[in-house]
Design a protein around this ligand. Sequence first.
Ligand SMILES: *[C@@H]1O[C@H](CO)[C@@H](O)[C@H](O)[C@H]1NC(C)=O
Ligand SMILES: *[C@@H]1O[C@H](CO)[C@@H](O)[C@H](O)[C@H]1NC(C)=O
Ligand SMILES: *[C@@H]1O[C@H](CO)[C@@H](O)[C@H](O)[C@H]1NC(C)=O
Ligand SMILES: *[C@@H]1O[C@H](CO)[C@@H](O)[C@H](O)[C@H]1NC(C)=O
Ligand SMILES: *[C@@H]1O[C@H](CO)[C@@H](O)[C@H](O)[C@H]1NC(C)=O
Ligand SMILES: *[C@@H]1O[C@H](CO)[C@@H](O)[C@H](O)[C@H]1NC(C)=O
Ligand SMILES: *[C@@H]1O[C@H](CO)[C@@H](O)[C@H](O)[C@H]1NC(C)=O
Ligand SMILES: *[C@@H]1O[C@H](CO)[C@@H](O)[C@H](O)[C@H]1NC(C)=O
Ligand SMILES: *[C@@H]1O[C@H](CO)[C@@H](O)[C@H](O)[C@H]1NC(C)=O
Length: 249
Amino acid sequence: MEIRTALFFWLLLSSSAATKLVQLSTSDLVAEPCHSNVTLRCNVSKEAGLKVSSLSWIRKRDNKTLCDNKTGLKSHDGHRIRCSYTPPTQLALTFTHLWPTDRGDYICKLRSNRGIKNNTSKVDVEECYGKVYTDYSPSKVGCHFHGVYPRGEVHWFHRGKNVTSDSTAADPGDPNPKGMYNVSSTLRTEGDPNEYNCSLWIPGAKTYLASALVHGSERGTRLAGRGQAVSVHIVGLGWLLILAGVLIV
Ligand SMILES: *[C@@H]1O[C@H](CO)[C@@H](O)[C@H](O)[C@H]1NC(C)=O
Ligand SMILES: *[C@@H]1O[C@H](CO)[C@@H](O)[C@H](O)[C@H]1NC(C)=O
Ligand SMILES: *[C@@H]1O[C@H](CO)[C@@H](O)[C@H](O)[C@H]1NC(C)=O
Ligand SMILES: *[C@@H]1O[C@H](CO)[C@@H](O)[C@H](O)[C@H]1NC(C)=O
Ligand SMILES: *[C@@H]1O[C@H](CO)[C@@H](O)[C@H](O)[C@H]1NC(C)=O
Ligand SMILES: *[C@@H]1O[C@H](CO)[C@@H](O)[C@H](O)[C@H]1NC(C)=O
Ligand SMILES: *[C@@H]1O[C@H](CO)[C@@H](O)[C@H](O)[C@H]1NC(C)=O
Ligand SMILES: *[C@@H]1O[C@H](CO)[C@@H](O)[C@H](O)[C@H]1NC(C)=O
Ligand SMILES: *[C@@H]1O[C@H](CO)[C@@H](O)[C@H](O)[C@H]1NC(C)=O
């Protein structure tokens, strides 16, 4: 009995000493727009005599082990989520294309001869859109933002006036499984060939995330830009595409 009690305290003391010795440091909070690349790092402090038996990243939402250097470094979602291990002390988890549904906590867990330890990284997903398409027909213009997060709305400007109230917004419906929306709107033009500015407004962020110009002299649908929350360059890119003759007629 005495020996068992002593053994119990010895185990307790040695394990708490172990958890104080080895340090796991993880990226704290990572906040990036969706569609961007994000890497979470987990570093084990270098300790003499430390033997790592496994180092893993676990998604807290579903308790899924995304990578484990013991069972191998797998990719998930068709290589979208990748792991890289830099022996002996660093395990990195990379999202090559961040989705809104990736928001949440990720746990880095170490199993070693100095005990088991974990630390948590938080991923936050900021507003984004993927691509914007515009189309024109003699009586109306349309603007379609794909891969938008969070839900947004299209505002229209023409000859310096806000003409949003003349437009018809499509119901964005439910988000896709990635957590993103399509935001579309059309505007009757009554044959006016001038430039129309459609802008993506994100009410939650109180900001115009992107804008595109639909020109009266165009026909059909074209890709007017692709985004990563950089609204200023979008229109410029659209015109570059036209200059380069990529315009789909
Ligand atoms: C977790 O990681 C953070 C950031 O690197 C560090 O400041 C913190 O001390 C770590 N926590 C534990 C329990 O190791
Ligand atoms: C982990 O180590 C790498 C390289 O040594 C360093 O660039 C990075 O900032 C470290 N990350 C954390 C969370 O400690
Ligand atoms: C998470 O998964 C591990 C191993 O798959 C299991 O041992 C553990 O009990 C699970 N934890 C929770 C909270 O479900
Ligand atoms: C996991 O990391 C430990 C510590 O560096 C190493 O001894 C072990 O071989 C690694 N496992 C794999 C499968 O790479
Ligand atoms: C994201 O990572 C992929 C794959 O490594 C790379 O091809 C792409 O250029 C990266 N994108 C950005 C914006 O860094
Ligand atoms: C992480 O460590 C804490 C404190 O040691 C523990 O309560 C928790 O169960 C651990 N979580 C996982 C997923 O191992
Ligand atoms: C344009 O009109 C819409 C709808 O009436 C309104 O919500 C928006 O704030 C206006 N935007 C500007 C820049 O005036
Ligand atoms: C958005 O539009 C694209 C292209 O038309 C389509 O493939 C996708 O399913 C749509 N997504 C949603 C959430 O409706
Ligand atoms: C379109 O209108 C928005 C909102 O007024 C503005 O921020 C943006 O710069 C305009 N884009 C162009 C190309 O004029």
